[in-house]
Design a protein around this ligand. Structure first.
Ligand code: FAD
Length: 586
């Protein structure tokens, strides 16, 4: 697509003084930590993706007004703006040559909790686990249970249209955000929600345009948007139908490219009082994938996959081995964790019994282990959630790389899709471990690649073939983690020229100067643009220094290895003072 929007200021080396002048102005006029030094910019140059771009500078606002003042200055100076929460994005959404606005440190309050209406209003930097800790005594929770719940902010979750393991029962962010109070670079500030809740005439006009665009593109949207439970590509055009129209749905999943969210209005849910878990065993991976479409009809709230590789890795880890030995019988090629939850105990237990019957009908008699104790259920979920951490501890330069990690296909094609994608991996001399959301056809898989070597080339080839497969099965290429730098390029091939142009049109209404997180969703760079990689084209790995006979420079190398091990993604933040992704689970 041709780029028609004006480009934000780029700071070349010679303009360092201009950049520093911006920092000085921000320090004078804004109530915030202003971080323009090299170390701070380094800390914010990565997220949990393979990319690394040094930002112009970082603002950590102490108040909402300060955040807006900083962004207004950036807009005046023509500098790009990049909202950021915990920075756990896997697709490079939070890296860019921009002024980073970090909401996580100070803008992290729950402003209102209305237990009766089951509604909460939070600031964008509120972390999910801390919100749920406040809700628990009220018997409520916010049920978009992302694996990064200990870090993920509600602003970032709304920005990415995040999805949890129990989305089958509770939906995704787009289903559970009632409204967003947001700021646009034009200075417009107000509520984006149902039309009745919109007060600002400029926002009413945006709602009118969104509705008109939907009417105009209705057929194209119906033809192009995949009919799967998980699709986070582009903007949510398919959620703009006149019935229950809500303009917030356009902002959810916009990855910081349209607006900065000041307050997020959340639809809460009742905490289920009783849960029952069935561990369904399968002799072949294919059988597990084929069974998912039948299991979801039993009404579970989660169906999560753990494959043989993951089971073996867990068995070699003393923290998880006892759980696997206790609940996994024999040597299945895959297990599905099937959870039933609700207000009464008996229907949940009956759900597990129905699961056992269904498994018998499918030819797998005696293949379900019933787990009713809450503590034991948790230990099994911990194994499932620790999957990515275990995988990332893989030794050597080859690492599981996130770029097709969350494609989603209709459940009836899941078995064929996983078989064919595994063949693609083999063809390119690699392999991947499969796990996660079988319930919605959105499995996590990361091929092992050496991004310091020929990884980029092989990544591209695998990405192309995976895209062909996903298209063949009418699935979603971005099923959970967003577009960012790794997948925005694929929006056009999937959505076609009309809808791709519609996304650019929407961007031009909200952000005509192209200041908000440029290069994501609209006007993207290439996925394999190595100049944006953490390990760029110039990357050279120095030989390890030998200090004592036969020993390498131990403390530093060990420290690096430890930091690498605790990375949430294949290239998570490089120079954070501590590992912010510690304890992150996938
Ligand atoms: C190990 C691992 C496991 C994961 N598991 C899941 C999972 O189970 N489900 C899932 O959906 N995702 C998952 N993710 C991806 C990621 O954790 C989620 O998308 C998370 O919700 C992002 O939250 P964050 O605070 O880190 O957002 P960030 O990464 O900081 O930001 C996300 C996006 O939102 C935008 N944004 C942030 N704040 C604002 C604001 N105030 N206004 C406007 N835009 C804003 C940013 O610009 C960016 O585009 C996982 C990632 C990792 C590394």
């Amino acid at each position: 697509m041709t780029d028609t929007t004006p480009q934000p200021v780029r700071f070349a080396r010679g303009e360092e003084r201009t950049r520093l002048a911006l920092g000085a102005r921000l320090a004078r006029e804004v109530d915030a930590e202003i971080l323009f030094d090299a170390a701070s910019r380094g800390r914010y140059s990565t997220d949990a993706s393979i990319y690394q771009v040094i930002p112009v500078g970082v603002v950590v606002p102490r108040t909402v007004e300060a955040a807006i003042a900083a962004m207004q200055i950036a807009a005046e100076e023509g500098v790009a703006i990049l909202p950021r929460g915990a920075g756990t994005s896997q697709c490079g959404q939070t890296v860019g040559e921009a002024l980073v606005i970090d909401d996580s440190k100070y803008l992290n309050r729950a402003l209102e909790i209305d237990a009766e209406a089951r509604r909460a209003v939070v600031e964008p930097g509120k972390v999910l686990d801390t919100l749920n800790a406040e809700l628990r005594p009220l018997g409520l929770w916010y049920p978009v249970d992302v694996s990064t719940s200990a870090q993920a902010t509600l602003g970032g979750m709304a920005g990415n249209n995040s999805c949890g393991s129990r989305s089958l029962a509770y939906g995704n962010m787009v289903d559970r955000v009632a409204a967003i109070d947001a700021w646009l670079p034009s200075g417009v500030r107000g509520r984006f929600g149902r039309e009745a809740d919109i007060r600002d005439p400029a926002i009413t006009e945006l709602a009118r345009k969104a509705r008109a665009l939907y009417e105009r593109e209705r057929d194209e949207i119906a033809a192009r948007y995949p009919k799967v439970a998980r699709n986070v590509a582009g903007y949510n055009l398919n959620r703009l139908a006149p019935e229950n129209f809500n303009l917030a749905r356009l902002l959810v999943g916009s990855e910081g490219t349209l607006a900065w969210f000041e307050k997020i209005h959340l639809d809460l849910a009742e905490l289920p009082k009783h849960k029952a878990l069935g561990v369904a065993h399968f002799p072949r991976f294919y059988d597990a994938m084929d069974a998912a479409q039948h299991i979801v009809k039993l009404g579970p709230c989660a169906v999560e996959l753990v494959d043989r590789t993951m089971l073996d890795l867990a068995l070699s880890n003393p923290a998880f081995a006892p759980t696997i030995r206790k609940f996994v019988r024999g040597e299945p090629d895959a297990i599905l964790l099937v959870e039933f939850a609700g207000a009464e105990r008996d229907p949940q237990v009956a759900g597990v019994k129905r699961l056992a019957d269904l498994m018998g009908d499918l030819g797998f008699a005696q293949a379900v282990v019933e787990v009713l104790d809450a503590g034991e259920q948790k230990s099994l979920w911990d194994v499932r959630k620790a999957g990515l951490n275990i995988m990332m501890s893989m030794k050597g330069d080859g690492k599981p790389v996130s770029f097709i990690e969350d494609c989603a296909v209709p459940l009836e094609h899941l078995a064929e899709y996983t078989t064919h994608l595994t063949e693609v991996f083999r063809k390119h001399g690699t392999e991947g471990t499969w796990y996660a959301h079988a319930s919605v056809g959105c499995l996590h898989v990361r091929p092992v690649l050496n991004m310091k070597g020929d990884g980029a080339m092989r990544m591209r080839a695998i990405a192309e073939e995976a895209a062909d497969l996903v298209r063949r099965y009418k699935g979603a290429y971005s099923g959970e983690h967003g577009d960012g730098l790794v997948r925005s390029e694929w929006i056009a091939p999937f959505f076609g020229p009309r809808l791709t142009a519609s996304l650019a049109e929407i961007k031009s209404w909200f952000d005509p100067k192209g200041l908000m997180n440029p290069g994501k969703i609209v006007n993207p760079s290439r996925q394999d643009d190595r100049s944006l990689f953490r390990f760029g084209p110039q990357y050279h790995q120095p030989a390890p220094r030998t200090t004592l006979a036969g020993q390498h420079a131990a403390p530093r190398a060990l420290g690096t290895a430890r930091r690498r091990r605790c990375r949430g993604g294949s290239g998570a933040r490089r120079a954070r003072p501590m590992c912010l992704l510690q304890g992150v689970q996938a």
